[in-house]
Design a protein around this ligand. Structure first.
Ligand code: AQP
Length: 331
């Protein structure tokens, strides 16, 4: 039976990249398939997180999910550390996956930096925990941004090797679902870098909690080239900043890039940028207002996550038990 799993790290405030690449698409899947969405706090601590900040970011992320349209009555919404089965299955997968697989991951190479000896062991093992997140639900589809495709492919390799080593047909090979105009939203300051919550420059990203003035200012200052906008998508080739702003417009407006360019082709950025910032404010302001309202009641957020964790455990516990049986662990 098709089941969707995806997660977001509470490693900072949510960005427009997380919204367009993940949250907006999670909402679209709701009701079409069974949906399981996770706040992956155990992934977040693969790099240092201040405990108070982690608590605040986790609740803010939950508020971001709900304000974006995830309904806890329709989707299972919880934080990873409350369902121990993720970490338990990850241990088994640590023993299935190979060191070389992990060392080839581009996220590991980017985040570990030059001095890999000083990176946490968890950062290297991250993809095995992510494989466990997905496979402990036997999830079949994983909506993610472009940057996570490699990890979903590794999840398939782990499922495959487990099935092969133990001569079973137990774990499904999940499909990454990477669709739409905004699978890779880029930094507003550098069209070759993805928009990221951990970028040191706040001007590089639109935060989901930014107010209208901040959004307008960031878009006004966004890097562009001096040319007017083209009237066809192929005119965006070699113009990463222009492409990024058009992609963001298309994703926010639920339009194709071609349709956007039919409307705005020939306009200079001085005209297009105010259109984009009006649209972004229009779409994002109601979400940030709702996030702020939800954040006033953290107990309610915690209760939603606890209920979600109970529902998640109902699916995960029997799958972990069957895995233990396959591996030969006595109970
Ligand atoms: N710029 C982006 N464009 C499209 N999708 C994106 N995602 C992240 N950035 C973009 C998607 O959001 C989901 C959750 O990501 P995550 O928080 O688990 O991890 P990340 O990819 O590492 O995100 P960040 O913002 O870059 O966080 P930091 O800075 O902490 O590493 C994923 O589906 C991701 O593809």
């Amino acid at each position: 039976k098709p089941r969707i799993f995806s997660g977001i790290q509470p490693s900072g405030g949510l960005t427009l990249g997380n919204y367009l690449g993940a949250l907006k698409r999670f909402v679209a899947e709701q009701g079409r398939m069974e949906t399981v969405y996770c706040l992956v706090d155990q992934h977040a601590i693969t790099v240092w997180q201040d405990p108070d900040a982690l608590r605040r970011q986790t609740r803010e992320l939950a508020a971001g999910f709900i304000a974006s349209g995830i309904d806890p009555a329709k989707s299972i919404l919880f934080n990873q550390s409350q369902v121990a089965e993720h970490a338990q299955l990850a241990w088994i997968f640590n023993c299935v996956a190979r060191m070389g697989w992990m060392q080839r991951m581009t996220q590991w190479k980017d985040k570990a930096g030059k001095n890999t000896q000083n990176a946490s062991l968890g950062l290297l093992a991250y993809p095995a925990l992510m494989a466990a997140d997905i496979l402990v639900y036997h999830a079949t589809h994983v909506p993610v941004g472009e940057d996570q495709k490699q990890h979903v492919e590794l999840t398939r390799d782990i499922a495959n090797k487990f099935n092969h080593d133990y001569k079973v047909d137990f774990f499904p090979e999940p499909e990454p679902v990477i669709e739409g105009a905004a699978t890779r939203v880029m930094s507003l300051r550098d069209g070759s870098k993805k928009m990221s919550k951990s970028d040191p420059s706040d001007m590089s990203r639109i935060n989901m909690t930014d107010d209208a003035d901040a959004i307008a200012q960031k878009i006004r200052k966004a890097k562009t080239d001096p040319e007017a906008l083209p009237s066809e998508a192929k005119g965006l080739e070699g113009r990463p900043e222009a492409r990024n702003l058009v992609n963001i417009y298309a994703a926010l407006a639920d339009m194709s890039v071609d349709d956007v360019l039919r409307e705005v082709g020939g306009k200079p950025f001085s005209e297009f940028k105010p259109m984009l910032s009006d649209l972004a404010v229009d779409k994002m302001a109601p979400i940030s207002t709702e996030m702020a309202r939800l954040m006033q009641n953290p107990d309610e957020i915690d209760a939603i996550l606890r209920r979600g964790a109970e529902q998640a455990r109902e699916i995960a516990a029997p799958i972990l038990q069957r895995t233990y049986d396959i591996v030969g662990m006595v109970r």
